[in-house]
Write a protein that binds this ligand. Structure first.
Ligand code: ZN
Ligand code: ZN
Length: 895
């Protein structure tokens, strides 16, 4: 409706009609009540032009109150009386207007000028001056009297007989505790005349009543409020003359008709509830909404756990920061999180180093309403104060050049330059204010303060209100935050210490060529599993009757250095084939197997689970012997070898600022911490912890308070009972330069390890960070108490890495063909998995060496034959079969 009317109204009237920015006070009941009355009177002003000045005066008064920073019972009382009086004006619609009525309204106008001028002058006074100027009270009661009498007259004219609610005007002037305190104080200190000349007395009073004190207070106490009131009256009358006269002469009636029609037709869409509404049907409970936006994650609103809206208010057609409503956040965040929507001219921020609360204010130019949208054609700027979040005090709004122009006029009348302030606490708040020059807004002053910073950040940003563009450099008036000094000399840090041997990620030696490794597949903590594939090939001529029948396969193992083979706990032949298995000449039999090797008691106690590496073989290679028994009782065995091949250790990387580690050789583990450059705003990254400037400043801030200079950074891994290792980090604070110069990191064995033998302690220099004052100061090292823990010595164990126990045939006749030597002959090099062997080629290649070895076997078996008849038979058979190439092929799969 206001928009429609803009073309017809004189500029200054528009100023008054446009909703000025209310403070938090606008939510107080006495002001909410004024809104309704204001609306009804504005209706009336359209049909009855002589009421228009009353409406305008009332509007100015309400604006002043809305912009006020604190509730004042005297103002509140007076506004309530006026509101009550004007509430009766609606009756004018239904009765004939007499001359008497016009006279009352005319007198009402004069009274309202007085009331408005008084409230305005009073509001401009500093709270201290307001209280100590005792005659203020009298002025208010005079005005109240006038309103009361006028109200009575009005009710008489309108023939209203109302008795119930009359207490608004019949009640006595309210008591204000601050006023009462002022009376007592002045009585004790010899009247206002004495106090006027003694600022220290005034300051005492201000302190008592928790009010702020500045030079203006004394000036105001010594000045005369009557002058200010008179000035205001003249000013207000001028506005009325300029606007109302013209409006009435120019046909307020016609305008009113137009407005009424617009009102009838125009529908609005509410930005709080998205519903359509008409102004005429809009009431204080018309709109329902949630305070917080809908959260898809938790499937609820942040404000409450109900589906039904938790807030009620008027429908609104434009986004506002008067109170939170869910849809506001999508709107504001949709602008502020993108970079192409706006251009920030300046922002000020500070962080409370104790609570981490942030204080923030920013101003800049609007470019788009949504990311990738069209450019905004009307020059527009934005102001943000505080964090835009439903549970925090915040302000976010945009202003067009026209809006700024109108607002400039209102502000030059009301003197309320403050846009918003997050808190009345003078220790911690964010605030923005307009700066006026010659009646128009030409800049903004942004102030943020946190309790842990001595000074606030204050910046002044000048702009051109007609183009909404920055006009000149941003001026820094005050600098808050936490500052450190430039160190006079370099810090010297102790060398890093590492206790314990270093393990290597290389195998102790290559796998012996004549043995092949078997790979570990899976495991439990009590055992290691090895898996492999074996091919048995019968090389008798095709068509001959020399088939071979295998009746059993067994396995045993030993670690290099141990002489005896031990049985495996389990051998599992994975092929579906059942034994016995007959292999025809020139045919082969392959099968996969897995052998389960038991760990030693000590190893079991360590409770280690490894993937794809055999824990048992971490120090010494393991030999696995598979023995195949022919149906007639002959045996042939094959030894294969597993050499532990550790996963490579990453070691120090190129972008590591520091790499600290220690090894546990018994578990074959390396424990390490890397320190890198931090990402984004972080100064350093210790393991996965980004250490930002605020975190460092917070530590220094506390260190200054406690004088403790070695501070646990509360990162790392500590305290879990099943941890094999732990690490912690301490910040070392230089109290002289007010900064952290190094981070000390201790790595040690965890609680699980009873006998502690290994650890590492290192220092990482912290690069300069934050706001540094150029002035140098001598450095001061931290008082350190954290050192390496007491450790027991570790005796380095020398392990055998090879032996030759498998090199010769045993002297004992017992196992008939202990065939370590022939075995390698059959070993296939195939290592690609799946395809286990490629017989013919492979075979011929190796035949020469096999034959050589076989000579030795023949000799052995001959000897055996003489001992035992049956054995002789086996030996003979074997002797026969082997040269003619019953080969045992073994290949391994690579896992
Ligand atoms: Zn809710
Ligand atoms: Zn609504």
């Amino acid at each position: 409706m206001i928009k429609e009317a803009e073309n017809h109204l004189p500029a200054s009237l528009v100023v008054l009609l446009i909703e000025s920015r209310p403070s938090q006070l606008s939510q107080l009941p006495y002001l909410q009540n004024t809104t309704q009355v204001l609306e009804s009177v504005s209706d009336l002003g359209r049909t009855l032009p002589f009421v228009a000045p009353v409406f305008m005066l009332f509007k100015i008064m309400v604006d002043i109150e809305r912009r006020a920073q604190e509730v004042d019972v005297k103002c509140c009382d007076l506004v309530e009386r006026v509101t009550f009086m004007l509430g009766h004006l609606t009756a004018l619609k239904n009765i004939e207007i007499t001359e008497a009525t016009r006279t009352v309204i005319e007198r009402m106008k004069v009274i309202l000028i007085d009331v408005t001028a008084l409230i305005e002058a009073y509001r401009r006074q500093r709270p201290v001056a307001r209280r100590l100027s005792l005659n203020n009270r009298e002025k208010f009661s005079i005005c109240a009297d006038k309103v009361n009498r006028c109200c009575n007259d009005l009710m008489m004219c309108l023939q209203i007989q109302q008795s119930g609610e009359l207490d608004v005007i019949t009640r006595s002037a309210p008591n204000d505790p601050d006023d009462d305190a002022a009376i007592l104080f002045l009585a004790d200190n010899g009247s206002i005349e004495n106090v006027k000349h003694h600022p220290e007395l005034v300051e005492d009073f201000a302190k008592q009543r928790h009010m702020s004190m500045d030079n203006k207070v004394m000036e105001q106490l010594n000045g005369n409020i009557n002058d200010a009131i008179a000035q205001n009256q003249a000013h207000i009358e001028q506005i009325l003359q300029d606007n109302v006269g013209a409006a009435i002469v120019g046909g307020m009636k016609a305008l009113a008709v137009e407005m009424n029609q617009a009102e009838l037709e125009q529908k609005f869409i509410c930005i709080q509830c998205s519903k359509e509404y008409r102004n005429s049907q809009n009431g204080p409970k018309s709109c329902s909404f949630h305070k917080a936006p809908y959260d898809g994650g938790s499937k609820s609103y942040g404000c409450c756990r109900y589906k039904n809206p938790c807030q009620f208010n008027y429908h609104r057609s434009h986004h506002h920061s008067d109170y939170p409503y869910g849809d506001f956040f999508a709107y504001a965040w949709g602008i502020m999180i993108y970079t192409d929507t706006h251009k920030t001219w300046t922002e000020v921020k500070d962080t409370n180093l104790e609570t981490r609360n942030k204080s923030y204010a920013a101003i800049g130019e609007m470019l788009r309403w949504a990311s990738h949208g069209n450019r905004i054609s009307e020059p527009t700027l934005f102001v943000q104060i505080g964090t835009i979040y439903y549970s925090d005090p915040y302000f976010f709004d945009t202003f067009t050049n026209k809006g700024l122009e109108s607002m400039g006029k209102v502000i030059s009348l009301t003197d309320q330059t403050q846009i918003f302030r997050t808190s009345e606490d003078s220790n911690e708040f964010a605030m923005a204010e307009w700066i006026l020059s010659g009646g128009s807004i030409t800049g903004a002053r942004l102030t943020v303060k946190v309790a842990t910073s001595e000074a606030p950040f204050i910046q002044v940003c000048p702009f051109d209100p007609s183009t909404c563009s920055k006009a000149g450099d941003v001026l820094c008036i005050s600098k808050g935050g936490f500052q450190s000094y430039t160190p006079e000399s370099e810090y010297k840090l102790p060398e890093n210490t590492r206790i314990g041997p270093e393990i290597t990620d290389k195998p102790v030696r290559p796998v012996r060529k004549d043995f092949k490794p078997v790979r570990l597949m899976n495991f439990r903590c009590e055992e290691d599993y090895f898996e492999g594939e074996l091919s048995v090939f019968n090389n008798h001529a095709a068509g001959s009757l020399n088939s071979i029948t295998i009746s059993a396969v067994t396995a045993s193992f030993r670690l290099v250095g141990d002489e005896e083979y031990q049985p495996v706990t389990n051998l599992d032949l994975k092929s579906l084939t059942r034994l016995p298995k007959t292999i025809a000449p020139k045919e082969s039999w392959n099968f996969r197997f897995s052998a389960c090797v038991p760990r030693s008691k000590e190893d079991i106690e360590m409770d280690v689970r490894w993937w794809n590496c055999a824990f048992i073989a971490r120090h010494r290679p393991l030999r696995l012997k598979l023995t195949l028994e022919e149906i007639a009782g002959e045996e042939c065995s094959l030894v294969s070898e597993y050499v532990f091949n550790p996963y490579p250790f990453k070691g120090k990387e190129e972008d590591d600022i520091a790499y600290l580690s220690f090894d546990d050789p018994e578990r074959f583990e390396r424990y390490a911490i890397r320190v890198k450059k931090g990402s984004d705003n972080a100064v350093l990254k210790v393991a996965h912890h980004d250490i930002d400037v605020t975190r460092l400043q917070k530590i220094v801030y506390n260190a200054i308070k406690t004088e403790e200079t070695e501070i646990d950074m509360e990162i790392g891994r500590v305290g879990k009972d099943d941890d094999l290792w732990e690490w912690r980090a301490w910040a070392l604070v230089d109290l002289s330069c007010r900064r952290i110069y190094a981070i000390k990191i201790l790595l040690q064995e965890g609680k699980t390890i009873k006998k502690k033998r290994f650890a590492s302690l290192g220092y990482v220099a912290v690069p300069s960070y934050g706001d540094i004052i150029e002035k140098t100061r001598p450095i001061q090292y931290a008082k350190e108490s954290v050192t390496l823990p007491e450790l027991q010595t570790y005796d380095v164990c020398e392990y055998a890495i090879d032996d030759d126990f498998d090199e010769f045939a045993p002297e004992t006749p017992k196992p008939v063909v202990q065939t370590p030597a022939p075995a390698p002959a059959g070993v296939s090099e195939s290592a690609t998995g799946g395809q286990s062997f490629d017989l013919p080629g492979e075979l011929t290649e190796r035949l020469a060496s096999i034959d050589q070895n076989l000579a030795g076997i023949a000799a052995t078996t001959e000897r055996l034959a003489s001992i035992d008849q049956s054995l002789a038979r086996i030996a003979a058979t074997f002797e026969l079969s082997v040269p003619q190439a019953t080969r045992f092929m073994m290949s391994q799969r690579k896992f």
